[in-house]
Ligand binder design. Structure first.
Ligand SMILES: Nc1ncnc2c1ncn2[C@@H]1O[C@H](COP(=O)(O)OP(=O)(O)OP(=O)(O)O)[C@@H](O)[C@H]1O
Length: 610
């Protein structure tokens, strides 16, 4: 459970580096074809075969009832109305009412069951996608906007859902109605049928022309919507920064630009798909005119009856309506396929490997860490960290010092295996870290980061996140050790105070104290501390320092130090520059060397320190 605690912190840190409201750096992988996607969607639907058969049965019934209605009307005209016969007409009308009722009933039932199937299906997709996202390696998030990913979990899934709700039934019933109608029409009058069917090629070519254009346009619209959502999410969560840097106008300008792009792509996709009903309307009217004209002549010659003309006009509507529906559904289906493809794209991303069969599950960790000639680069190109070697004995505190971008966080990322070193070896309790299961390693690590991430929930829940089975007494004992108890007790609701998602409502220093309490409760053997850079009042600062000293006692700790006066007690100080360790040792000896550390300490290079 504790690796769940750790990941969000790391994500945030790395996200901050990559994502300064820019576009994702890497292009999303190419989309697969619609056949494969439909097959995969079917894979989800097939899990509910029983329900689907019920839906299909209802679709069959409703299509049959739909055909029977006009047929009975024709019979009523020919056998009773034209002949002036009234006896028996009542029964036919009664029968008609029954058929329409059964028709509506079967429509209602198929809809009811299909909505159930659709919801079940997308809920499974959503759960899979969300779970999968949390198992992806950090690198995956380096190149993607958070909002864009959110859009896949929400918009795209919703798209699939609404299409499944309606399209599956529509497509099945349209196909059945189409077949049934043509069959009965052929039986009644082959000549009129052939004339009516003339509109099919016109429809086919018209639709082909339109859908060829709408498919890519829909995809483009979805993509632009994802980008806009990503931007909105970022600017809302980064409100403080936007305001602090008076970037409101720039943000608005960028929003307007993205919104205009979306408007444009939305306009064209909707315009083109809007042609479909218009085209169908024209063709429908044309077919009516043909049936009325030719049917009238045939009726005058006594070849067919008036009833057959009525049946034909009704059927021709029933015949073009499913074609119409099919065409409309085709568009919705296309946009759902585009959505599903984007969802599957993520599902196809390789999960972070925890380790193979041979990997070691760390039961206990003492906390000895050794880096031997470790080099690593994030992307192909120059090494971010180079030939790093050091040893941290059990219980020692190691301070990582250096200007911004020197590679301090990268070393921690390698230690926690968010990334794997390209060369050299990292030994943890003497075991090559690559042979240890990632999650089992992270379970023994605790993080207190400068941007302490607190979740929406009570203070108690936030502390308990360190160890979910901790009792209330243990939570409070940890808070006491972390110097957090006194401020928590002064709050009106004490430990039950509800924190907002970003922890606003309590001070930065108090957030730190809570995250220290959380780490104390987790009791990790390896500790990562990323010192707060923001200025915290002296009293809170002292409390934090004291709490940290207690937390670090007996654990191997890595401290990314921003304020050099706080690391004077470290057992080893590693001074990094451009990815290399350029100096190392104790505070006093480093000062006496009068090197880079000395300059840093005396503030000559103050502006280089983050
Ligand atoms: N996810 C990433 N992908 C590509 N390059 C990265 C990534 N994270 C960091 N870098 C680059 O690696 C180098 C080292 O970054 P790192 O975050 O380790 O520095 P740091 O010493 O922790 O800096 P700071 O004190 O500012 O946090 C920098 O040049 C940075 O631009």
């Amino acid at each position: 459970m504790r690796d769940q605690l750790i990941k969000p912190f790391q994500y945030k840190k790395i996200k901050d580096w990559t994502n300064e409201m820019g576009q994702p750096k890497k292009k999303v992988p190419k989309v697969k074809n619609w056949k494969t996607t439909l097959k995969r969607i079917w894979g989800y639907l097939a899990a509910q075969k029983g329900m689907l058969s019920l839906v299909l049965m209802m679709v069959l019934l409703s299509s049959a009832f739909g055909l029977l209605g006009p047929f009975l009307i024709g019979r009523a005209i020919d056998d009773y109305i034209v002949k002036g016969e009234t006896s028996g007409l009542g029964e036919i009308l009664f029968g008609l009412a029954g058929i329409f009722l059964a028709y509506s009933g079967s429509l209602w039932m198929q809809n009811y069951w299909m909505v159930g199937i659709a919801q079940q299906t997308v809920s499974r997709m959503r759960v899979e996608l969300f779970g999968h996202l949390h198992n992806l390696p950090i690198q995956f998030f380096d190149h993607r906007q958070h909002g864009e990913l959110m859009s896949r979990v929400t918009n795209d899934i919703e798209n699939v859902s609404s299409t499944l709700n309606s399209s599956v039934i529509q497509i099945a019933s349209s196909l059945l109605t189409l077949l049934g109608t043509v069959g009965v029409m052929l039986w009644l009058s082959p000549l009129l049928t052939v004339l009516t069917l003339f509109i099919v090629p016109a429809m086919f070519y018209g639709l082909k022309w339109i859908t060829k254009r709408t498919g890519p346009l829909y995809k483009e619209q979805q993509r632009n919507l994802g980008r806009l959502n990503g931007f909105i999410e970022e600017t809302i969560s980064g409100q403080r920064i936007v305001k602090a840097f008076s970037q409101e106008e720039r943000v608005l300008a960028e929003f307007l630009e993205k919104s205009a792009i979306l408007k444009n792509s939305g306009f064209w996709s909707q315009t083109f798909s809007g042609f479909i009903p218009k085209l169908m309307n024209v063709l429908n009217n044309l077919s009516f005119a043909v049936i009325a004209g030719v049917g009238g002549i045939l009726a005058l010659k006594g070849v067919i009856t008036i009833g057959v003309i009525v049946i034909f006009t009704e059927y021709s509507r029933q015949f073009t309506r499913p074609l119409n529906d099919l065409a409309n559904q085709f568009n919705t289906l296309l946009s759902a396929i585009a959505g599903a493809e984007r969802v599957f794209e993520i599902l196809d991303e390789k999960e972070e490997e925890q380790g193979d069969e041979a990997s070691i599950e760390l039961q206990d960790l003492r906390g000895r860490v050794e880096f031997q000639d470790v080099s690593f680069s994030y992307e192909t190109g120059g090494d971010t960290v180079r030939e790093i070697s050091f040893t941290a004995n059990v219980g020692e505190s190691i301070a990582l010092v250096g200007p911004t971008g020197a590679g301090k966080t990268t070393l921690i990322n390698l230690l926690s295996r968010f990334y794997d070193n390209d060369s050299g070896t990292i030994l943890i309790d003497g075991i090559n870290s690559k042979k240890i299961k990632r999650d089992s390693l992270r379970r023994h690590m605790g993080f207190v980061l400068q941007d302490s991430y607190l979740f929406q929930g009570t203070i108690r829940e936030n502390i308990r996140y360190g160890r979910l089975d901790a009792t209330d007494d243990e939570v409070e004992a940890a808070a006491k050790m972390a110097n957090a108890h006194s401020f928590i007790s002064k709050l009106k609701d004490g430990y039950e105070t509800v924190l907002k998602q970003d922890g606003s409502g309590i001070s930065q220093g108090q957030k730190q104290l809570i995250s220290i309490a959380r780490a104390i409760l987790a009791d990790p053997a390896l500790l990562i501390l990323d010192e707060a850079t923001s200025s915290i009042d002296t009293i809170t600062e002292l409390k934090i320092q004291e709490a940290l000293q207690r937390l670090m006692k007996g654990r191997t700790s890595f401290v990314i130090a921003h304020r050099l006066n706080t690391i004077q007690r470290a057992d080893q100080i590693l001074v990094l520059q451009n990815g290399r360790i350029i100096e190392r040792g104790l505070h006093e000896s480093l000062l006496s060397e009068k090197g880079f550390y000395h300059s840093l300490f005396h503030g000559q290079l103050k502006d280089q320190i983050s």
